[in-house]
Design a protein around this ligand. Structure first.
Ligand code: GDP
Ligand code: MN
Length: 384
């Protein structure tokens, strides 16, 4: 998945004729001041963190400025942020527009229906997951026929636009459909799509390029901004490590077991955060690195779900106990281990002797880790 930063998405939009605000990307407060002074960014302006996580508006990562000095100040404050675990390295400065209304449109790939899906809502500017289903129009696009006139009429009606705004929306939808196809996107999202004057303009851009088509887009080779800093380290150490939005860490062996563990946690009300697949690893150095990496992600609790097959449970348990000792005291996390398979009784004994609550029952373990994480969240200073 190649997830592009907002400014890259907007650059693509612009190249296809989709209206976007005038702006500039900078990496320092000084450059922000210069951009505002030179007029390359008209004032007043919006200053936005270029991070991949959403919710910047609510999270203080979007600010406004009405002078070059204020633009520099806003850029400085935003560049100092670590937004949802991601260090801000770039900010986008853009002219601040007078928004009459914020709308939502996107085209994504509906994998279960196997068609591109256009979604539109008159309730833009908020996270689309929070929008009531009845306020969200879904139009399945026939990939061979393309986006048809009557479908655009339905979108315009759902968004409540007419006249010149509608004409502008029609053009934008046509262009967005072309971007989706030509750029091999799995998602193109504009939220908010703003009505400004008598036209529409993309105030935000989320573009995700299909992994399988990445080879057709060498221009994005250097774009690693879909990886978090920890994921970047993991990649270098050849550890399968992915960061999600939740707070519970998952360590399992094998992709299937790892995925199933995420599902089980979710089923019992937990929110999986980081997950890590030990695969067939029993190289103690690798396991230690994996634990240290997990600790850096600061999970509320960690669920260790191991199946001992070729590598026996006791061997795995010994490796885990050694690795755990390497995690600095201050970075330790509550740990629930579920271990099954070859020599499981011995494995459990070893883990328990090392102070790790180990069991074989999946449900019990999942519930206990969810409870541990919840306890942690209530009292963040407390140690489990
Ligand atoms: P997100 O919260 O991370 O999705 O960031 P957005 O790019 O969607 O920006 C959040 C909010 O900032 C938008 O919903 C707008 O209300 C506001 N915003 C962004 N650009 C402009 C602008 O040019 N003018 C005005 N008035 N508000 C803006
Ligand atoms: Mn947005």
């Amino acid at each position: 998945m190649v997830k592009l930063a907002e400014w890259r998405g907007k650059e693509i939009f612009r190249s296809y004729g989709i209206p976007v605000p005038r702006g500039a990307v900078v990496r320092s407060p000084e450059d922000a001041r210069k951009a505002a002074e030179s007029g390359s960014v008209p004032l007043p302006c919006v200053v936005k963190a270029q991070v991949l996580a959403g919710g910047r508006g609510k999270g203080g990562a979007v600010r406004f400025a009405d002078s070059p000095a204020a633009a520099a100040e806003a850029a400085q404050a935003i560049l100092a942020l670590e937004f949802k675990g991601e260090k801000v390295r770039e900010v986008l400065l853009e002219e601040k527009l007078a928004i009459a209304k914020e709308l939502y449109v996107s085209i994504s790939l509906d994998r279960s229906r196997r068609v591109p899906l256009l979604m539109a809502s008159a309730q833009g500017g908020v996270e689309i997951e929070t929008v009531d289903d009845s306020a969200l129009l879904r139009v399945e696009i026939d990939p061979f026929a393309g986006l048809l006139a009557y479908e655009k009429r339905r979108v315009a009606a759902a968004l409540g636009v007419s006249g010149p705004v509608r004409a502008s929306l029609d053009r934008l939808l046509d262009q967005l459909w072309i971007v989706f196809q030509k750029e091999d996107a799995e998602l193109v999202e504009i939220n908010p799509l703003a009505i400004v004057g008598d036209g529409v303009i993309a105030l935000d851009a989320k573009v995700i390029i299909e992994d399988d088509a990445a080879f057709r887009h060498p221009e994005f080779n250097e774009v690693r901004d879909d990886r978090t800093p920890l994921e970047e380290i993991a990649r270098e150490q050849e550890i399968a490590f992915v960061q999600l939005d939740g707070d519970i860490g998952v360590i399992a062996n094998g992709a299937g077991l790892t995925m199933a563990t995420l599902d089980v946690l979710t089923q019992y009300g937990g929110r999986p955060g980081v997950f890590l697949d030990l695969g067939g690893t029993d190289d103690p150095k690798k396991v230690t690195q994996a634990f240290l990496l997990m600790a850096k992600a600061r999970p509320s609790a960690v669920f260790l779900n191991i199946f001992g097959g070729v590598t026996r449970c006791d061997t795995v348990a010994l490796g885990l106990v050694d690795a755990l000792k390497e995690v600095p005291e201050a970075e330790r996390f509550p740990l629930v281990a579920r271990i099954r398979g070859n020599n499981e009784a011995r494995g459990i004994e070893i883990l328990r002797a090392a102070g790790v609550g180990a069991r074989t029952d999946l449900k019990e373990c999942a519930q206990s880790v969810v409870a541990a994480a919840a306890g942690r969240r209530v009292a963040p200073g407390a140690r489990a």
